[in-house]
Design a protein around this ligand. Sequence first.
Ligand code: FES
Length: 212
Amino acid sequence: MPYLVAIGTMALMAFSVALVLAIVNNLLRVEGEARVAITNDGNELVLPLGQNLMAALKKAGYDLFAQCGGKGTCATCRVKVLEGLPPEQITTAMLGPLSDKLRKEGWILSCQLTLKNDLKIELFKPLVMGWPQVAGAAPKAEEEPKAKLSPTAAKLRAVLPGFDCNACGYPTCEEFAEALASGRAKLDGCYPGGAPVRQRLSQAAQEAGVKA
Ligand code: FES
């Protein structure tokens, strides 16, 4: 019987020690650092916990387009989280205006994410305007054959920024221009371009006789 009491006491002590270690570890994590691995260029950033991800990336030299300036409305700061963000931590604000397709693929708005743990992310290359100088260098833009456009679509395409960002719902600016030319898309669909592109697009559409 006495040895049962001894075993019980030891188990209780082990549990208490584990609990204290877990609490200490948690406290240290809150004031600690997170490692953010970026798959595009193999870089790994060590960032303070509690920092805004978009701000941290920009500070590190990743010039995300971020058209709305962090208001969570344009989706041009999006990153795909490959590891480190369980579904229960994803908030409505992190998803913002992203389409269902992009949500399912794991994209979130970096301007709405506060660093709480290590992450592995992929940046959306067409909307990264500048890259830091790191070993492995910035990924090169892939040359893809562009679709042949109708004359009207070509006029509209000429005023689009060419990011192929998919924010308008079309995979390329060419397809968006073609959709505009045939009246399937709206003139205010180019979020990254903002007001300047909207105005030029509206003028080009008027000149080309497009009703949109
Ligand atoms: S900067 Fe516009 S949604 Fe994040």
